[in-house]
Design a protein around this ligand. Structure first.
Ligand SMILES: [Mn+2]
Length: 352
């Protein structure tokens, strides 16, 4: 799958090697720094409309499935627009959104979208079967804060939530009458198998917020979780070898914030960042750390080219699904019977 850069901030400005390698492999560039300050942290519908217009003009559906690098995690609410674009680029059956993040991003938010509130919009998008959020360590899912989340997503079966570490230290996380084991409790290998078994569709959209990673593996604008880069890649390998990817986005590369949307909005955003985000900027190694991970992602998704939608991948899917070059441990093909079962599940969930 080829890359795309959605430039809303300067997060990727210091990652010259990433940009050069991706551009040489036909990456698309969407210059949108002018929209960034309005969109940062949260945005009203007009700013989101401008983003959609910019995507339509500079990253049309005809450009096919893409791995979109979108800058800081303060912009995670661009994901519903990118999902809509991916569904248009790769028409077909329903899609499961796999959301890897240190935060649930499930808060209710009126009149626009917040980077902590977009999951509901994604889960209710036509063509999205459900969202699976994984990797959370944040206290947002703990007893004291869980009510801030839109729990109807859970009770309606639109959202499953696999914490990396539960805030109470327990082996399971229980929310809205549902309960899921934590990744820490069952170990990464068992978790990858469990995750795949819980994805009821053949098609997947992936969204990654790097704040899911421990500080040794990423530098972000938010409090970070405990997942290692190797654990993340074990999940991605499992996912990409056993499901068909229609698109992906990556946020979480640290950038110095600029807020906009008018005087009041920018003052409110500044205050919110002071309350919610770590105060200290990361050290000088931040760019190198983030670029190293992005290069690994670029590599992995280039391998996944033939798993993308038919519009962008080779038609002889059997020759590359799963890719022969992947480590054997990750290359357990889905049997014909399992695929038929998946198709039936997908049809059922599309009729729900
Ligand atoms: Mn996020």
């Amino acid at each position: 799958m080829r890359a795309a850069f959605l430039h809303l901030d300067d997060a990727l400005a210091g990652q010259a090697r990433l940009r050069a390698l991706a551009l040489a492999a036909d990456a698309a560039v969407v210059a949108a720094n002018d929209l960034g300050p309005d969109l940062r942290l949260w945005s009203r519908p007009p700013a989101l409309m401008r983003l959609r217009e910019r995507l339509r003009a500079n990253l049309p559906a005809s450009a096919g499935a893409r791995l979109v690098f979108a800058g800081s995690g303060d912009f995670h609410h661009v994901t519903p627009s990118l999902i809509a674009r991916a569904l248009e680029a790769c028409p077909g059956g329903p899609v499961t959104v796999v959301h890897i993040d240190n935060h649930p991003d499930w808060v209710r938010y009126a009149n626009g979208l917040h980077c902590g509130s977009w999951v509901g919009a994604a889960a209710r998008t036509a063509g999205v079967a459900s969202v699976i959020t994984l990797g959370v360590c944040s206290a947002d899912v703990g007893r004291g804060r869980v009510r801030e989340g839109d729990l109807s997503l859970v009770t309606e079966g639109r959202l499953a939530l696999y914490a990396y570490h539960a805030p109470d230290g327990g082996e399971r996380l229980s929310v809205g009458g549902h309960s899921w084991p934590t990744i820490e409790a069952i170990g990464i290998e068992a978790f990858v198998d469990l995750l795949i078994s819980r994805i009821a569709t053949e098609r997947v959209y992936l969204t990654l917020d790097k704040d899911v990673l421990r500080p040794a593996d990423a530098a972000t604008n938010w409090d970070q979780g405990r997942m290692s880069a190797d654990e993340l890649f074990a999940i991605l390998h499992g996912l990409l070898s056993r499901r068909r990817l229609v698109g992906a986005d990556v946020v979480g590369d640290w950038s110095r914030p600029t807020y906009g949307g008018g005087l009041v909005a920018s003052a409110l955003k500044r205050a919110e960042a002071l309350l919610d985000q770590p105060w200290r900027a990361p050290g000088s190694s931040a760019d190198a750390l983030n670029e190293a991970l992005n290069l690994r992602l670029l590599d992995l998704f280039a391998e996944a080219a033939c798993l993308a939608c038919p519009a962008t991948g080779p038609s002889r899917r059997s020759a590359c699904w799963p890719s022969a070059s992947w480590p054997r441990a990750y290359s357990r093909p889905v049997s014909r019977r399992a695929r038929t079962g998946l198709a039936a599940t997908a049809i059922r969930s599309s009729m729900r």
